[in-house]
Design a binder for this molecule. Structure first.
Ligand code: DX5
Length: 220
């Protein structure tokens, strides 16, 4: 699959989220990821479906909801109604993962599965046929601005082999510590979708960072 750059808005200017969404579209991002945290599954509390829905008219970029919440099956329809084309749940938060992934499809959305750094790939083996996206976390979820965990490179490569062997069309996404300096590592390991957060906003010029990320990808 062609490489895709996805913007996380967790570390964006939260007072101007609508404008940020349209700026990210103009800067050449391919999608926007909303980091939904409940202060329980992860030690942070962020936005819900209300804020996401309010920003929907600001851009035509596809939205993905990264649900870092306990029992996400309770809230799936709210995020689809808020305009999210892809719903990503964590394997560690789903008691009935197969049913939850089917539920996402029944709502007409794409289904994604996220794995914390310590969670083995085995967690997705029996549901790979239900996945549109597999997300290998490259930081422990909960905060932006953390460092990329290099030990995830071998897990990303194993995930690429698993997807290739399954014959299913599954995007392989990474999230956490992605910047022009680190993106070549997961790309070389087999990722095709890259969530970028704080690196996008550091210089106040996301378009320039997108150029730098693309250059790093081209050289990987
Ligand atoms: C962390 C989130 C990430 C985070 C990425 O739990 O899932 O999306 O916002 O931010 P950076 O790129 O700064 O690590």
């Amino acid at each position: 699959m062609p490489n895709k750059l996805v913007a996380s808005v967790l570390n964006a200017d939260l007072a101007r989220l609508g404008e940020v969404c349209s700026t990210l579209e103009g800067a050449g991002l391919d999608a926007i990821q909303w980091d939904v945290m409940d202060g329980h599954f992860v030690p942070n509390l962020t936005v819900g479906a209300g804020v996401i829905g309010a920003c929907r008219p600001a851009t035509s970029l596809p939205f993905e909801a990264h649900l870092m919440i306990d029992a996400p099956e309770r809230y799936l329809s709210e995020y689809v109604e808020a305009g999210c084309a892809t719903i990503i749940v964590h394997a560690e938060a789903c008691t009935h993962l197969h049913r939850t992934l089917e539920g996402i499809h029944d709502l007409g959305a794409k289904a994604g599965l996220a794995l914390n750094p310590s969670t083995p790939l085995d967690a997705c083996v029996h549901v790979i046929d239900l996945l549109d996206l597999l997300l290998v976390m490259t930081v422990n979820p909960g905060f932006g601005g953390q460092s990329y965990i290099g030990a995830m490179d071998s897990k990303i490569a194993a995930a690429r082999d698993l997807i290739r062997g399954s014959g299913h069309d599954v995007s392989l996404e990474v999230d956490g510590g992605i910047s022009p300096a680190t993106i070549a590592q997961p790309a070389a390991a087999g990722a095709d979708r890259f969530v970028v957060g704080s690196a996008l906003y550091k210089q106040g010029n996301p378009a320039q960072v997108v150029d730098e990320l693309s250059l790093s990808l081209d050289s990987s």
